[in-house]
Ligand binder design. Sequence first.
Ligand code: HEC
Ligand code: HEC
Ligand code: HEC
Ligand code: HEC
Ligand code: HEC
Length: 218
Amino acid sequence: MTQIFSPAADTWLRLFLVTSLALTAGGAVMIVGVARSDYVTSVDFRPSQPVPFSHRHHAGELGIDCRYCHSSVENGPHAGLPPTKTCMTCHSQIWTNASMLAPVRESLAENKPIVWTRVARLPDYVFFRHDVHIAKGVGCETCHGRIDEMALTYRAKAFTMQFCLDCHRDPAPNLRPADVVTAMGWKPQGDARATGDSIIAHQNIRVGELTHCYVCHR
Ligand code: HEC
Ligand code: HEC
Ligand code: HEC
Ligand code: HEC
Ligand code: HEC
């Protein structure tokens, strides 16, 4: 048999294959990179919303507790966004004609939920649930920042793997008592680690097991 390709040609062929593979992978990385920079990890992502809902006004100034509107945060994986009737408990009495609230009235009349643009989201391959975190003393503020100061909701923290792992490796300094889990601007009195260590003991938190891949990727 005559050799069709010289050894040098073979090398070129390999190089070609390797380069095109690398380029394809590079393309995928770029697409993922773009998708992420806007949606998944970027801090300060601040979309416009159908209604200019203000947490500063409702959670900050009026002092409405997070759980009034995000009512499944303690009992399930998702915090949930409030149904229109929750807004209407107040807005059927106040600001009833404001044009800003027209989409809220329409949503009620037509029985169609308001479609909010999400700011805090993880890729599908990451497993997460709210209830466990709330029950074990991780405050909303630790992951979502000072929501009570946001006129329009934006993403305050990047949900990178590092962000999750930093706490999972050593949760103690980031834990708080159950009664202040939705409080904003809360600081531990005295030593944060001592407070956290007692919560860890009391809540049986499995320190040391929380960095295993299957905790978040299942
Ligand atoms: C517990 C009562 C209460 C609930 C529930 C409530 N609001 Fe309000 N909202 C208010 C009050 C009070 C004002 C302020 C009126 C003023 O400025 O004096 C207001 C003002 C607003 C404004 C005007 C802009 C601003 O922030 O000043 C918008 C828009 C609004 N609310 C949207 C909503 C939406 C959407 C919901 C449901 C997700 C909702 N509200 C739920 C009490 C409430
Ligand atoms: C009066 C109702 C109300 C209260 C009280 C409230 N929220 Fe919200 N929240 C909303 C609505 C409506 C949205 C969707 C619109 C938006 O993003 O601003 C939302 C969106 C969010 C989001 C963004 C979710 C996403 O992926 O887009 C976070 C995070 C959040 N709220 C956290 C909190 C925290 C923490 C508190 C308590 C400090 C709180 N909220 C109190 C009504 C409320
Ligand atoms: C340990 C971090 C962490 C804590 C603590 C936390 N969140 Fe979240 N939150 C997230 C992540 C991550 C997402 C995105 C989840 C997804 O895309 O599956 C999210 C999403 C949300 C959403 C979007 C809608 C939904 O149903 O998930 C709301 C609203 C919200 N959080 C409110 C809250 C409130 C209110 C608290 C406190 C009572 C809270 N979060 C505590 C990390 C956290
Ligand atoms: C500030 C601390 C903190 C941060 C940030 C945090 N976690 Fe956690 N996480 C905890 C604690 C505490 C537990 C409870 C562990 C236990 O019960 O032993 C937990 C438990 C979990 C569990 C186990 C739930 C179950 O089924 O028992 C998952 C999954 C999880 N976290 C995912 C995440 C992801 C994903 C992120 C990042 C978006 C994240 N966590 C960020 C502290 C944190
Ligand atoms: C506490 C939660 C948590 C644990 C534990 C965890 N991951 Fe992740 N992982 C995440 C989150 C959140 C992302 C998404 C990051 C993003 O979107 O930037 C991620 C992304 C990834 C990715 C996608 C590429 C990247 O880096 O963004 C890979 C691969 C991965 N994880 C592998 C692992 C392996 C292997 C382990 C065990 C050694 C592990 N993860 C443990 C939360 C976790």
